[in-house]
Design a protein around this ligand. Structure first.
Ligand SMILES: C[S@@+](CC[C@H](N)C(=O)[O-])C[C@H]1O[C@@H](n2cnc3c(N)ncnc32)[C@H](O)[C@@H]1O
Length: 311
């Protein structure tokens, strides 16, 4: 699918909706608290998956007001943040300056990222925690990610699990979680008209309409493979960086989990994929089957790239 006019119109509504949410988010305790310790929005496994960020060229797609972006920069990466909400980018620049962190922020739609970022190519593309649901077509997005990466580069997606998006709305204490929304894609965009945003603070009084697209985990994995990327590792976890439902309790690691007697279900995932050092022939008809060197060989190629990028 190309991004057709209907999808463009829906993304324009999303842009206005994010512009309207931004002042509320920037003034919220939800973001304010986390900006004091932005690294808390990353699980240990994410830092492990991202590896040593020192001197890495990293782009954070759909960075909003830059909470994760700051944490990534503090780990030593040369960070660019990109978002299509002008209000978000203005706030992100203000917040980075207040925290004395050097980040280049670019105001652009992710679909224009290759053009807007000029000749810059990255060791790492990072995205997630509420990003993919605003993208109408993952194969289109995955091709952009591929083009933004240097050969051997890493894309890391830390995203709410499609199962979490299928559960809801928020149950009251004592009630069970229910499946209420699609897990799988296929039903097209989902329109919402709500004055509510997910932070504390006042209600939205303008641009209340937004649109989301459902993507199953298979859609994401196949989109990355279809773009020529190699899947390296997938972690599914039962923990979230904030309290999604009132029944969740905070762990010693500051993340939130459902009560121990609840079924263990994935709420967030972290997916590592790499761009091959050399272009591989890809069997697009058979989706998951990538023809090319085995994983061990690719790991060696990646190692070589890692050393090269670090020098
Ligand atoms: C929930 S935030 C995700 C960032 C971060 N994880 C957070 O929670 O603050 C979603 C962001 O995606 C941005 N966004 C949505 N669609 C976009 C697009 N097509 N191009 C660029 N940014 C987009 C919105 O402006 C918003 O800032």
């Amino acid at each position: 699918m190309v991004i057709d006019e209907d999808a463009q119109r829906r993304m324009a509504a999303n842009r206005a909706n994010w512009d309207a949410r931004t002042p509320i988010h920037a003034a919220s305790h939800f973001y304010g608290r986390n900006l004091h310790h932005p690294e808390n929005w990353f699980a240990d496994f994410e830092w492990h998956d991202l590896g040593d960020l020192h001197d890495r060229d990293l782009v954070h797609l759909q960075c909003h007001i830059g909470t994760e972006t700051i944490a990534l920069a503090r780990r030593g990466a040369h960070v660019t943040g990109l978002d299509f909400s002008a209000a978000s980018i203005t706030e992100a620049r203000r917040i980075a300056a207040a925290h004395q962190v050097q980040i280049d922020y670019v105001h652009a739609d992710v679909h224009d990222a290759v053009t807007e970022l000029g000749t810059n190519r990255f060791d790492i593309v990072y995205t997630g925690k509420g990003a993919l649901c605003y993208l109408p077509d993952l194969p289109t997005w995955a091709a952009i990610v591929h083009d933004l990466l240097k050969p051997g580069g890493l894309v890391y997606i830390a995203e709410f699990h499609p199962l979490l998006n299928a559960l809801g709305p928020k149950p009251t204490v004592g009630s069970d979680l229910l499946l209420r929304n699609d897990y799988l894609s296929g039903r097209g965009p989902q329109r919402q008209d709500s004055t509510h945003t997910y932070t504390d603070g006042p209600a939205l009084n303008t641009a209340t309409v937004s649109h989301e697209w459902r993507h199953g985990l298979g859609d994401l994995i196949n989109a990355l493979i279809g773009a020529g990327l190699t899947i390296r590792h997938l972690t599914e976890t039962d923990a979230l960086p904030w309290q999604r439902w009132p029944t969740m309790t905070q762990d010693t690691d500051t993340w939130w989990r459902l009560p121990p007697e609840s079924p263990r279900i994935p709420l967030l995932f972290g997916l590592r994929a790499t761009k091959p050092e050399h272009r591989l022939p890809i069997d697009v008809d058979h989706g998951p089957h990538v023809v090319g060197p085995g994983i061990a060989q690719l790991d060696q190629a990646e190692e070589g790239m890692t050393r090269k990028a670090a020098t």
